[in-house]
Design a binder for this molecule. Structure first.
Ligand code: G3P
Length: 223
């Protein structure tokens, strides 16, 4: 299973790439705009941190086919292992089909139904990114849509991976992982909730207290 960071905060990316086994970074126009940086500067900074083997997913902002293709060609040159995110609209599907023909890797994004996912996979998208929390927010069931998409991709042997996105809590993430999702992209606040537990902190404190009461110092490593 792949783990991506859904953020454009370079300090967070630096820290988390150091701590966790991270497979790449996903951005979108909102994430880029929040960074306050020039688009190309931000992608360069992220690229320098993650290295050329980890993936970066970067989104187009045009709505029309020609604009999407032009932006995708540009984005494709920004990093060695890059996926161009294309929203699944009519124009987007057409662009995914064309970019696949040109050998440019795409991530079909803003996916909310299994129907959209199926058509994007058929068009050649390498990743399909369904938005879990945005569905939950409108009384949908994001987790169950993702499960349905995974089943379809696997049953039909599509050459696409499911990259579940838009998470607001750790429960959404783990339910999807339990179902065998190929990849998740997680914002750093949710990753923090996945990492930390008060009982872990309590246990570590108690272990160290007991050790120090008995030996007064750490393990002697120079015996
Ligand atoms: O990367 C796109 C996706 O994760 C959007 O997330 O939190 O804006 O719904 P959010």
């Amino acid at each position: 299973m792949e783990l991506f960071l859904d953020t454009g905060n370079v300090e967070e990316i630096k820290e988390l790439v150091d701590i966790l086994q991270v497979d790449g970074v996903t951005t979108n126009p909102t994430i880029v705009s929040r960074s306050g940086k020039r688009f190309t500067d931000l992608i360069k900074e992220i690229s320098d941190i993650v290295g050329e083997d980890r993936a970066i997913h970067c989104q187009v902002v045009s709505r029309d086919f020609d604009g999407m293709i032009e932006e995708a060609e540009f984005i494709n040159g920004l990093h060695k292992n890059i996926y161009v995110k294309i929203p699944v609209t009519h124009q987007g599907l057409k662009a995914i089909k064309e970019l696949t023909k040109r050998g440019i890797k795409t991530t079909a994004t803003a996916v909310f139904t299994a129907h959209q996912a199926t058509l994007a996979a058929k068009a050649g998208a390498k990743y399909i990114a369904p938005y879990v929390n945005r569905l939950d927010n409108i009384s949908g069931n994001g987790v169950s849509v993702v499960k349905q998409i995974i089943n379809i991709i696997e049953k039909h042997n599509f050459d696409s991976k499911v990259l579940a996105a838009s998470f607001k809590n750790a429960q959404q993430v783990i339910e999807i992982i339990e179902h065998g999702v190929h990849s998740v992209t997680v914002p750093t606040d949710v990753l923090d909730k996945m990492t930390c537990h008060p009982l872990t902190d309590y246990s570590v404190d108690k272990f160290i207290e007991d050790w120090e009461n008995a030996y007064g110092e750490g393990i002697k490593t120079t015996d």
